[in-house]
Design a protein around this ligand. Sequence first.
Ligand SMILES: [Fe+2]
Ligand SMILES: [Fe+2]
Length: 135
Amino acid sequence: MILVEWDDTLILDMPQIDEHHHKLVDILNRCYRALMMHDHSHELGEVVAELLDYTQYHFGTEEQLMAQVNYAAAASHAAAHRKFINSVHNFKDRSEAGESFVAIDVLVFLKDWLVGHIQNTDRAFTNYLNERTES
Ligand SMILES: [Fe+2]
Ligand SMILES: [Fe+2]
């Protein structure tokens, strides 16, 4: 039962960031599994809390890196992160309320958002970082 398949299109050749993204994909898959198995007890609550924590930690890492190199698109990139956090809160509320079908819809939205964000917004930033260290 997999929601997001980890593949090459998600790898940005920046080991620390790639590791974070891989872990986020893993957490989303665990959320999905817990919801599909109608496990509204421990497992789901724990994994949703982990999603929120780890997302904040990961975004914080990227935002620190952007600040260190005065990345021009840092503000809009960080604004995208804030929106995602709001959606994770929405997911948390829905799953806590036992609204499984709505929660799955929100989770699919989170998945699509994350994949698009990694492939476009994060890739633009890691390309910038990689070019910078090469020159
Ligand atoms: Fe990221
Ligand atoms: Fe990002």
